[in-house]
Design a protein around this ligand. Sequence first.
Ligand code: ADP
Ligand code: ZN
Length: 721
Amino acid sequence: MHIGPDIVAVMVGVAVEGPYSYRVPAGMAVERGSIVAVPLGPRLLLGVVWGPPRDNIAHNRLRDIAHAFDVPPLSEELLKLVEWVARYTLAAPGQVLRGVLRSPEALDAPRPVVAYRRTGHEPEKLTPARLRVLDTLMDDMAWPRPALIGAAGVSPSVIEGLERAGAVERLEIPAPPVVLPPDPNGNPARLNAGQEEALARIRGLTVDAFGVALLDGVTGGGKTEVFFEAVADTLRAGRQALILLPEIALTNTFIDRFTRRFGTRPAEWHSDMTPAQRARVWRGVLEGTVRAVVGARSALFLPFRELGLLVLDEEHDGAYKQSDGFTYHARDMAIVRASLAEARVVLSSATPSVESRNNANQGRYAHVRLESRFAEAAMPDIAAIDMRADGPAKGEWIAPVLAREVFAALDRGEQALLFLNRRGYAPLTLCRACGHQYQCPDCSAWMVEHRFRGVLMCHHCGHETRTPKVCGECGEAESLVAVGPGIERVAEEAAARFPEARRVLLSTDMGSHAQLRERFAEIERGEYDLIIGTQLVSKGHHFEKLSVVGVLDADLGLAHGDPRAAEKTFQILTQVAGRAGRASRHGKAFLQTYHPDHPVMKAMVGGDREAFYAQELLAREAGGMPPFGRLAALIVSANSQQAAMAHARILLSAAPMADGVRLFGPADAPIAMIRGRHRVRLLAQSGRDFDLSGYVRFWLAGAEKPRGDLKVQIDIDPMSF
Ligand code: ADP
Ligand code: ZN
């Protein structure tokens, strides 16, 4: 570390353009990456020293850096990542930096543990309380203060009195590390030949250079064991490893597997942690005491200084897209970070995104395959049930064929799963007398009935009302009907049809994360026969006894005009079907569909994923859609539709001409109103090699700024459109 120049640029962690210049007070040592506190207006803000000043402000008009924290500076690679992400997503760099400085508590010096030990010197006055303290400290062991107070049953003042009398000595023991370092040689699985080959290909990327592997293998193929060995390599090489999971707060299983493999729990990073826990992990990552992290997408911005490997498990998962604040896709940003850090990336999935498959096809990523399930486990048989011919009676949702299979599985003592990707009881409530449909007052969406809780609820803004007994429009009693199924309705039908089965209903609104984790543990212990659930059950879980899976509405995801609809549907169906027969039991999956001839259903039933990818890539290429083209969405929102539309038109008229850029809209966004805000969308489309972010930045810089209640949100690479 050197004594910095007397003026530096500091990026503050708020959504302003920045960086701004500050004076370094005498005696303060800072360098690029140092974390500091600086005054901005009336506030004191966290910031990071970015480098030499960029403007020529007179020395005497500058303010001083208020404080430099005693932690290592952020790595060069992380600062470059912040700049890159800001440039690409059009967020202010300070806003991205705020994602890095997520845990301000971490900057306080870690508090040492206060402990006491006997000195051997006897105090003149010996009360019974003092005697109890000295007796507790008999063995010359140091006791942490709270433990000593508890064991001796005294008030803190007794201990302080003994300290003043010189009978006990106060010790300050440094805070223990967050977690013990994982042991790369802990308890590795003996890999089979296919896994060995996959690992060799990943090792072929070399530890000290950037490279991406797409680990593309069937569910239950043993991908996790393979990337664990890549993590071990990274740890042996003295570098840090990050594993991202889409739904970390809900999985104990993964943490348990990591613990078994590496002999210690990984450090975790997700929204369910307390500020104190986050602070310890954040600081441990920066100081290098934390060697491996298992986290949600925001862990991508942790201050690693020696990052050697990033793993994205279930890389295709939609949860990797961050859509509030600044919008980014964790997969793409992980690859950027790895290239800046000269680290490796392993993207793991049984149903890779079309983007990643294309990159593998083009040779940009190593395409590493695991073709068969580990050990004897076979892939499930998948059948379509044609709902036009073989559907259930009116008012029921489980087709007779599926019901028979569920019965048979239950008879054999196995588990069955009924899947519907829709929360609540019914997506629409309708008055039979007057035709009134219950809509959210603030969103363009129907109110979804949640019967267990007795409410109608908007899934976009959370607005709730008690489920009415009479129609609010015409006043008819007993005229309201629930239209269509949600998962609660499936549970109701299952209760009537399979009354003997021990049933469990799982969807995100069915309890806290801790409660849901407990349900999963119970399922894994075989405490239920029939699992009824939404997409929550489709991911990552390994249910040994599950042999029959029924998808009640396999067409659900296909309904939208979204160009990614086929891909998303294919992924979720494959994931759900893949829950069946993971152990030695043979699994069967049934897809209830009105479109058995749809390419997605055919690919599922025929087990021909290659045909699906080939066809999907051709369709994307023909439409100039990602990954062959780029898209950017501009969402203009306002309290009135007219105002939003008028501003969108103004924006459109200000769009620069550029070869190969096509503009669409303005048109109502797919959800035209959310929380009372009307949304109008413009879409820009370009070829793959065009800098569409740069184009949009140039466009907005030259266009009228939104005023009043108008807002323009930019989504580069929108996931649904
Ligand atoms: P994937 O991540 O591809 O879905 P997993 O890694 O979860 O697959 O493997 C599926 C099952 O097979 C798990 O129970 C796992 O413990 C087991 N397994 C995989 N590879 C091995 C191995 N080499 N030795 C022992 N068990 C293995
Ligand atoms: Zn709403």
